[in-house]
Design a protein around this ligand. Sequence first.
Ligand code: ZN
Length: 330
Amino acid sequence: MSVVDMHTHFLPKQWPNLAKKFGGGEWPWMHHTEPGKAMLMLGDKDFRPVYEACWNPAVRLEEMDRDGIDIQVMCATPLLFAYAKKANEAHECAKIFNDLALDICAHDNNRLKALAQVPLQDIDKSCEEVSRAAKNGHVGVQIGNHVGDKNLDDEGLVTFLQHCASENISVLVHPWDMLGGNRMPKYMLQWLVAMPAETQLSILSLILSGAFEHISKDLKLCFAHGGGNFAFQLGRVDNAWRHRDIIRQDCPNLPSSYTDRFYVDSAVFSDESLQLLTNVMGEDRVLLGSDSPFPLGEQRVGTLVRENKALTDKAKQKILGLNAMEFFNL
Ligand SMILES: [Zn+2]
């Protein structure tokens, strides 16, 4: 069995000057501050300190060997999505990063795999780009969990998900552009509070809108960070569904009955959370995901799963690799 870390991020070492290319606006760029270290910038503001593993495949492979990881699936950071820009700019941007991702993977195509990004504000362009990327070797696509005010149950976004299902392209949903930012300016509260809420909101938008009643059961859909607040709050949602008709109006079945329609990664950082998550989702529906090499990721990838006292060896094998092999058709 191969051990697969299905949620990791990359940043190319350099990319074209997007502000210049598109005639202005705030775009991300890399400020290389010293050998092996860089600051990811947005316009003239610091966004996140990053290090060499983001762009150097040799360093990624060294860390994978250190942690006993056979295969890494990497995706861009949501900062690069450009969903708020003009669709043709975001499309161009997606092509640039999708092609640069494959350059990193080319260092060892058996061990480094990539998810594409798409200009999700334009569904036709997104379908075109995800098909192009899949042909070129991407094993799936990463999308943000919303586009402006549109949640995943938006008609266009459902069309995109259907397109992915029809072409057997796996989808990772990553929270981004977090709600309530004005009240969370400090302490990374947007990452700690709003991100898990964003993901829960996305899952519930698909369940309570009845979208899962129409979306193909072939769709392979995974939510990052253990699905955020979803598993812990599912009892609250079921209770509400039983007692309030406004929650049942578009959702014919008990919300918890839809947990067989999607997957979650294991990036929850505590034994108790991982146990709860596996109980709620089932051991076939949790995939090892570390969020490395970013600072909020698991520092020794796989430790949380391997050292969990409650999971059986069989469950650990599934979470560490078997589930991901199936999810990504590896
Ligand atoms: Zn992530």
